[in-house]
Structure formats: structure tokens, C-alpha cells
Design a protein around this ligand. Structure first.
Ligand SMILES: [Zn+2]
Length: 163
């Protein structure tokens, strides 16, 4: 499925933020987006509920991308979460999550909320999930086609990205 113009533009905007020199990795792009917004983005490996690949948490002063520990497709998930952010989707507001878990304490409801923001949804998910997937696919594709000395998407080691 071809990405929409909105997604194509968002990917272009992110790549425009890439450092002009040196290698361009997904991690560097996340840093560039963070600098552009003037708001920190932290990337963390986490033990997320089963079936959840990634999660975008919005704190008052920063954003956090949580990536499922040991996920072989973590780059795709990271790109997916970045897509949600730059496309203006809503992440999980952490205050709301705490309120829901204490007041409602419904595991089903919480897992529903978490699943709304995973990178594991297949085709036919919500529109915004499809949009984030399209973003991730296009971003990774275009990163992979950058001149080899500038693209490190395949070379970057987990320890460098998440250390
Ligand atoms: Zn998602």
C-alpha cells in the first residue's frame, strides 16, 4: 500500500532534520526530532506486556519510547513510535494511565490502552496504526537508500542505540 502524502511529507520532514555530516541512524533522527521540538525523547528497553512491541509515553516534560526487550525488529518499532509522534497522534499520557490503573484497575482496559499504541498490530488496525506503519516502512526504506557512509540503520548496534 502506498503511503499517503501526509506520511510521505512527514518522513521527508524528519530526514530533513538529519545531521548534514556523518552517519544517519534512526537513533540520530530521534535525537534530531527531539532537538527540533525542544523536548527530550528518551528511548528505553522495557519489559512490556506480552504482544506489545513499543509504547509512547508522554510525560509533562519529556516523551519516552519504550521498546520491548529483545525485540528483533526494534528499529521498525522505534520508527513506528516516532511516526505516531511526528504525525501528531496521541501517546499515552502517563497521568491518565496512573489514574485508570488505580481507579478502574481493569486489566482488560489497561491492556486495551496499551495495545492502542503497539507496533505489533497487523493490517486492518486503526487508521493511525496504519499511518504509523506506513511511516516506519518508508522511513526505514529511505534511510537504507542513503549513501552508505551516511546510513547506519543496519550497522548500529543495540548497545549504541539504547546504552
Ligand atoms: Zn502504534
Amino acid at each position: 500500500m502506498a503511503a499517503s502524502r501526509r506520511v510521505t511529507r512527514a518522513v521527508g520532514d524528519v530526514l530533513d532534520l538529519a545531521p548534514r555530516r556523518g552517519e544517519v541512524s534512526l537513533h540520530r533522527l530521534v535525537e534530531a526530532v527531539s532537538a527540533d521540538r525542544g523536548r527530550p525523547i528518551e528511548i528505553k528497553m522495557a519489559d512490556l506486556p506480552e504482544g506489545v512491541c513499543g509504547q509512547w509515553r508522554q510525560y509533562t516534560d519529556r516523551d519516552e519510547f519504550l521498546i520491548q526487550q529483545g525485540l528483533p525488529t526494534w528499529e521498525r518499532t522505534l520508527a513506528h513510535e516516532l511516526g505516531h509522534l511526528v504525525l501528531g497522534h496521541e501517546g499515552i499520557a502517563v497521568a491518565d494511565m496512573a489514574r485508570m490503573s488505580s481507579e478502574v484497575a481493569g486489566d482488560d482496559l489497561i491492556s486495551y490502552m496499551l495495545n492502542q499504541r503497539t507496533g505489533c498490530m497487523g493490517p486492518g488496525g486503526e487508521d493511525i496504526e496504519q499511518e504509523a506503519e506506513d511511516f516506519a516502512a518508508l522511513l526505514i526504506y529511505r534511510l537504507g537508500r542513503m549513501p552508505s557512509d551516511r546510513s547506519s540503520i543496519v550497522q548500529v548496534r543495540l548497545g549504541e542505540a539504547f546504552g
